[in-house]
Ligand binder design. Structure first.
Ligand SMILES: Cc1cc2nc3c(=O)[nH]c(=O)nc-3n(C[C@H](O)[C@H](O)[C@H](O)COP(=O)(O)OP(=O)(O)OC[C@H]3O[C@@H](n4cnc5c(N)ncnc54)[C@H](O)[C@@H]3O)c2cc1C
Length: 492
């Protein structure tokens, strides 16, 4: 049985005339441009990995009614066992980028898996919109598309409602006819959009009645007429070499503002139309939000393990591993990495059937989100603390090794408890790229915010916790003694 997609096919699919801007210029071909080409190849490598015969069973499954296998990210698990199989595939993909491709194709696939599970939520409001979503899921999954999403409005005046922002800021419906609707305005922040095939547009942030023009969801190809992609600074472009920036040079997935300049969307690609409550329901009454964030925790479990491994190697490089206080710090990091993995297992094992589908335990997932967005910057800080100046006392670039005189000095000054000088420099540059470079710093911001600011994630945790059970324990305690009993003389 063949697999749907190879890396070469994915690269070819990105040569579609999309409108991407960088440094004031229109980027011709993202697959060739120095700012994006390595990240594009890293994405392509994901498809090549799953297409290898020995990985087919681990990584792919055969959708019903299809003749080609696609990534398990598109699989809708019917049982706990299927969920675990799916997770193993997602973890194997995440390991290829050490967890640094936050928006690998399985992320938005997971969001759509959850939304497709809840198709009745759409059917109850509009059979046409439900059909559009079901057809789109079928099309995207069977073709193993790489999707990005923009579901958040651009930050502007946070004290105002979205509908009160200046015109052309937040994407809104500005026209419609028998063929479709036209949208104008912006959304943040299309991570991986430069190397995705299509974009899902939606509203995760609450909208009010009266904001109907903003209340839509749709999907469109990245080369849609009028879609302008404004890339942030490329870290890949300024990564000197793989030796100096092994992560930034290959896994800079990019983030971009998307401006919809009168973009026409055909009705068969419109999933929510002028319905503020369905915008919320698309994520929260279906399993969409649960599945997309469950995927994020799967990926993060790999990245946290990577960072903890990095911490251990740093202490080996500078010879501090056996110092009791350092061992204590490493032990704490190890406990935190295992906590992330255990929460993952917990949300799977204590999941439940919703209809025919097995879904993760929502509160456990939200707890993991709150705890890990706090954990990530703390963990990075501990790694910095363990490292000291070693992360900075490094040759300016790999070129220093080519000069015999400098090479000699490097050999003398980069001695280590456990590594040869060249190996030590190689490792410490990788470590700095992960936690301190501009790329590494963006990752801290990503882990703190990709799922929403703290007040949002903590709000989900508050909303989904079993407070009745927790407060019931207090009620039981208080019911177990009475003031009147204490006042009864016979008690004393
Ligand atoms: C690297 C990166 C990649 C991203 N990729 C994507 C993507 O691919 N697709 C996508 O759709 N989005 C993406 N995002 C956007 C992300 O989802 C948002 O950044 C996140 O939801 C937070 O929203 P915000 O940035 O508007 O921050 P805000 O919600 O404005 O919060 C910022 C801060 O303001 C304060 N604040 C604001 N409002 C309140 C309030 N009501 N109560 C209390 N405090 C408040 C808090 O201090 C908060 O931490 C990405 C973000 C980052 C950083």
């Amino acid at each position: 049985m063949s697999v749907r997609k190879t890396g070469a096919e994915h690269i070819q699919s990105l040569r579609d005339g999309r409108t991407v801007y960088l440094d004031g210029k229109l980027v011709g071909d993202v697959t060739e441009h120095a700012a994006f080409r390595n990240a594009v190849h890293s994405a392509a490598a994901l498809y090549d990995f799953q297409a290898r015969p020995e990985n087919l069973e681990l990584m792919t499954f055969l959708p019903e009614g299809s003749n080609a296998r696609v990534n398990r990210g598109w699989q809708m698990p019917r049982s706990y066992e299927e969920m675990v199989l799916r997770r193993k595939a997602l973890q194997a993909w995440a390991a290829l980028s050490y967890g640094f491709l936050g928006r690998s194709p399985d992320h938005v696939a997971s969001a759509l898996v959850g939304q497709r599970m809840g198709i009745d939520v759409f059917r109850r409001r509009s059979p046409d919109r439900a059909k559009a979503l079901a057809d789109y899921f079928d099309y995207a999954s069977k073709n193993d598309l790489f999707l990005t999403y923009v579901i958040i409005n651009p930050q502007s005046e946070r004290a105002k409602d979205w509908g009160e922002q200046k015109e052309d800021l937040v994407a809104r419906i500005v026209d419609e006819d028998s063929a479709g609707m036209t949208i104008r305005g912006a959304k943040m922040l299309g991570t991986s959009s430069i190397m995705a095939n299509e974009v899902l547009v939606a509203n995760l942030q609450p909208l009010r009645p009266g904001e109907e023009d903003l209340a839509f969801s749709c999907a469109l190809p990245m080369n849609a007429k009028g879609l302008r992609v404004l890339s942030r600074k490329s870290y890949e472009a300024s990564a000197v070499s793989i030796f100096d920036n092994p992560l930034a040079s290959r896994f800079d997935e990019n983030d971009a503002l998307m401006y919809f300049d009168e973009v026409k969307i055909p009705w068969e690609r419109v999933f929510v139309y002028k319905d503020p409550d369905l915008c919320r329901a698309q994520f929260h009454d279906t399993q969409g939000h649960a599945y997309q964030n469950y995927q994020a925790q799967i990926r993060l479990s790999v990245k946290i393990k990577f960072l903890v491994g990095l911490a251990r190697r740093i202490t080996e490089a500078i010879g501090t591993t056996e110092i009791p206080s350092v061992r204590e710090q490493l032990g704490t990091l190890a406990a935190q990495a295992s906590m992330v993995e255990a929460m993952l297992s917990g949300m799977e094992a204590s999941g439940a059937h919703v209809g025919e589908w097995w879904v993760p335990n929502k509160h456990f997932m939200y707890s993991a989100q709150v705890l890990t967005q706090d954990l990530y910057p703390r963990l990075v800080n501990v790694v910095r603390e363990l490292a000291g100046g070693a992360l900075i006392m490094l040759p300016s670039s790999f070129r220093d090794f080519a000069d015999p005189q400098l090479n000699q000095i490097i050999a003398k000054t980069q001695r280590s408890a456990s590594m040869e000088p060249e190996q030590k420099v190689k490792f410490l540059k990788a470590a700095w790229d992960a936690i301190g470079s501009e790329f590494g710093s963006r990752h801290t911001q990503y882990e703190m915010f990709y799922a929403g600011a703290r007040f949002v994630t903590a709000g989900h945790s508050f909303r989904t916790y079993d407070w009745k059970s927790a407060t019931g324990l207090i009620d039981d305690l208080l019911a177990s003694y009475q003031l009147q009993d204490e006042l009864t003389p016979s008690r004393h």
